[in-house]
Design a protein around this ligand. Structure first.
Ligand code: BES
Ligand code: MN
Ligand code: ZN
Length: 487
């Protein structure tokens, strides 16, 4: 769908924002008059009072400039960014299958226009890759979503970075939605390589190289799979030459069966989304490239498949991670941390990070703790934690900080090795974060986002959540980069 901003209207559908004062906006006056007062009549009749979320459809008389008018309620007070996005998403969805192709929405404020457009763009996402039987009536007709605004230039400028972030959301959704027989480490790596066309510098390491680097913890997870494990490295160096990069690290478990500690069958198909952390990172890298961000950012994704097999790692195995620290594997289903610990090591060994943020669908416990509306946030740095929380607030991808501490760390003690990969039943998300922290050097700013509850959509959805995969991450991370690394 094409989103544009102009100062002249000419579409099949015209839409107007109406607040709870019940007054028709000035932009609608001519049409109201020409239609014999049909628009003003729609306010206060039926249940339409301009409340947020309400909509009234008016069929316009023959000979009118447009075929339909839509009145969109905005509520009592001016809507905030989330409310504006919701307006765009709901209006798009209401008219997407109307049979009409073009829509004009009249908006006054450039910032509001940009947020409404973002909502519409996010809501227009579709994942039809595997459908072969879609009938024309199953597909949206609306191809043009136009915002009519006096200062179209300002609106366009405000939308540009939001649109780039939404491109990242789209990509993250696509990756998470893809079937695990279609998206496995090698095919995923090929998709990442294609991002070179967007201006990213991309490098892929395979098992031979990873072995040489000693990344045996990550390799251990992949060893039960016939699919080769890969490390994806993406660089966007749009910032000052020599400035330390922000590093994003993502868990890319393309499918998580649990391994020998096999998961129960029911719902296992959801584990196609266990690469959601990596999708957030890849999506963000695309966003940065799309808007030519003035920052140095490196994205690292550990791509593996966790399968049971004669050659799979066993509970009781001891792995030597790239950092040299040894890990007793007590549960092969706690595999994400085994991947991340080596990638985190790589990030610090090969680069000088200004900060590292890792994202992972790491623990079921975070879903129990925070449900589906906040990611779990862990950090060794209060400022970094505050920056990420704020970025999430601005973009509606919320994160909630949880504690770290030596009491939790001690739960990782092993009888045989430097640590074990599980901490017991209590505080499962915290012990997972503690495990990761053991691979962070003193003085390195680091944060971990456990996105197991938010990477795919369960329960109450936002209006723009239109697919199973939410695409969580790029909006938060892109905002974090923009607000903290670009002057
Ligand atoms: N990928 C899962 C975590 C997960 C669970 C993500 C539910 C999304 C929804 C992870 O690899 C896992 O299996 N974690 C275990 C850890 C446990 C064995 C310590 C878990 O949470 O049960
Ligand atoms: Mn697992
Ligand atoms: Zn997993």
């Amino acid at each position: 769908m094409k989103i544009t901003f102009t100062d002249t209207a000419k579409s099949e559908i015209v839409a107007f924002l109406v607040d709870e004062t019940g007054k028709l906006p000035r932009d609608a006056a001519d049409l109201d008059k020409a239609s014999g007062g049909l628009l003003s009549e729609a306010i206060g009749t039926g249940r339409f009072e301009g409340k947020a979320g309400q909509m009234a459809l008016v069929v316009l008389p023959k000979g009118s400039d447009a075929r339909r008018a839509v009145l969109v309620g905005t509520g009592k007070d001016a809507p905030d960014a989330r409310g504006q996005e919701t307006i765009g998403a709901k209006l798009y969805k209401a008219q997407a299958n109307s049979g009409f192709k073009t829509l004009d929405l009249f908006v006054d404020e450039p910032e509001a226009a940009a947020r409404i457009a973002l909502g519409a763009k996010l809501a227009a996402y579709r994942f039809d890759k595997y459908r072969t039987k879609l009938k024309p009536e199953d597909k949206p007709t609306l191809t043009g979503f136009k915002i009519v605004i006096d200062d179209a230039k300002a609106a366009r400028a405000a939308f540009k970075p939001l649109s780039a972030a939404a491109d990242g959301t789209y990509l993250a959704r696509d990756l998470v939605n893809m079937a695990p027989n279609d998206l496995y480490p090698a095919s995923y790596a090929s998709l990442i390589e294609e991002l070179a066309e967007e201006g990213l510098e991309v490098e892929i390491l395979g098992e031979k190289e990873l072995k040489k680097l000693g990344m045996n913890s990550m390799l251990g997870v992949g060893q039960g799979s016939v699919k080769e494990s890969k490390l994806g490295i993406m660089k966007w160096m749009g910032g000052k030459k020599g400035a330390d990069p922000a590093i994003l690290v993502g868990k890319g478990v393309c499918f998580d069966t649990g391994g020998i500690s096999l998961k129960p069958g029911a719902g296992m198909e959801d584990m196609r989304g266990d690469m959601g952390g990596s999708a957030a990172v890849v999506g963000t890298m695309l966003s940065l490239a799309k808007r030519k961000a003035k920052a140095n950012v490196i994205g690292l994704v550990g791509l593996v498949e966790n399968m049971p097999d004669g050659d799979a790692i066993r509970p009781g195995d001891v792995l030597t991670s790239a950092s040299g620290q040894t890990i007793e594997v007590q549960n092969t289903d706690a595999e994400g941390r085994l991947v991340l610990c080596d990638v985190l090591w790589y990030a610090q060994k090969h680069f000088k990070p200004a900060a590292i943020v890792d994202l992972a669908t790491l623990t079921g416990a975070i879903v129990i703790g925070l449900g589906h509306h906040h990611a779990g946030l862990f950090s060794n740095d209060d400022d970094l934690a505050a920056q990420l929380t704020a970025a999430g607030q601005v973009e509606g991808e919320k994160a909630w900080r949880l504690p770290l501490g030596p009491e939790y760390d001690s739960l990782l003690k092993s009888k045989f090795a430097d640590m074990r990969n599980i901490g017991g039943r209590a505080a499962g998300s915290i012990t997972a974060a503690q495990f990761l922290q053991r691979f962070i050097d003193e003085g390195t700013k680091w944060a971990h986002l456990d996105i197991a509850g938010v990477a795919w959509v369960e329960g109450k959805k936002a209006a723009h959540d239109v697919s199973w995969a939410s695409g969580f991450g790029p909006r938060l991370l892109d905002r974090w980069i923009a607000d903290n690394f670009e002057g």
